[in-house]
Design a protein around this ligand. Sequence first.
Ligand code: SAH
Length: 431
Amino acid sequence: MCYAIPGKVLELRGKKAVIDYFGESKTAVNELVNLAPGDYVYAQGGYVIQKINPKEAGDILETWKDMFFELQEMDKNFSRLSFDSSLDQKLRVILDKACDEKKLKDEELLYLLSLNDSKERETFFKAANFLRQKYHSNSCCVHGIIEISNFCKRGCYYCGISSHNKNLERYRMSKAEILEAVKQAYDLGFKSLVLQSGEDSGYNIEELADIIKTIKEKYPLLIFISFGEIGEDGLKKLYTAGARGLLMRFETSNPKLYQELHPGFELANRIEEIRKAFELGYLIITGSLIGLPGQTDKDILNDIRLADELHAEMMSFGPFLAHPDSKLSGIKAPSEDKIFNVMALARIEAAKETKILVTTAFETLSKTAREKGLVSGASSLMLNVTPIKYRKLYSLYPNRAHQEESVEDQIKDAVSLLKNLGRAPTDLSVR
Ligand code: SAH
């Protein structure tokens, strides 16, 4: 998904292509040889991923044309901003500043993060939604994720698939199974996929590179990797194989808290790996866990800042949900209100191009995560395209949302929600 809308190449400027979408031009990195002005392409996450024939492009554009503008109009109307005259003056000043795209001070950001009055929070979310619409129009990026293995050699205290968990049945998908799942996702319209696993030494880097290379030979997909820390050499090899994105959370920006949750590991190394990946050309999805024991609001604000500093093209902040077979079993989940506040704050504080994800963990915590998240700053969803028989075993936390839903049903639900909100399941924020 992320049903890319075909765009027409207007001009090539070195490695960049200037692409027209219904009169609006965007630029994307082009790695296809033989691309010329006048060609029709799909672009995703800032990369041209496929050239398509003009007839096919014309047909798709024809069906999209009216709907594209109708949805945009609808979203624009929903995102109009008006502050109630009874609104607290302090909050009004802060939100006015945010909507004028002025930098907020730490104390102002922390004030927003701690809001708990429902009317005030509603206005805060409206401001975040206003900025989301301003920066991203009505596009909502929808990636697919395939969890290829739940083996993990690390012992992260919060995680249900960590090596501590001896009660979990482990699986590792074969190359054929992965290709089958990729084919299903591609046939259903996905344009970008995340391949994720625990840190599984059962695959070596050459095997992962071979899988990615085969996928790229068969399908024009934007591939994100999420296999944990694989080192600079591993990142280089998988980039050469065709991966162009990295999903890796730093988990918390607080080094002391990181150390407590990952004994023997350093936050600095994880951050360095994300920086290296960016330098190599990877698109970065990163973020943290919210609600970790001992985490403060200042830590959360620093998490948003760190994700921004790491050039996150998408930020992923989700609740920590204790797994009964993890070292942190029994710890209470954060409130859903807190997560909405974090997402809205991320929208206000992050760079314009950054997308904010509604995470599956948040969907597990809150029935309204998607619907409300998408109008509180978020502009991205991730659907689970792991074969159903394995989904339950990828048990990061209990009762994950969408464990039993077919990919087709997940797409149907997501598309219908997006249409009701005036959003298009496209990724038009090509840079
Ligand atoms: N090995 C990969 C993938 C790890 S699992 C990597 O290191 O990036 C994916 C994410 O699940 C983790 O980054 C973590 O933030 C999240 N996660 C793990 N346990 C969780 C829990 N109990 N509650 C919520 N999210 C959790």
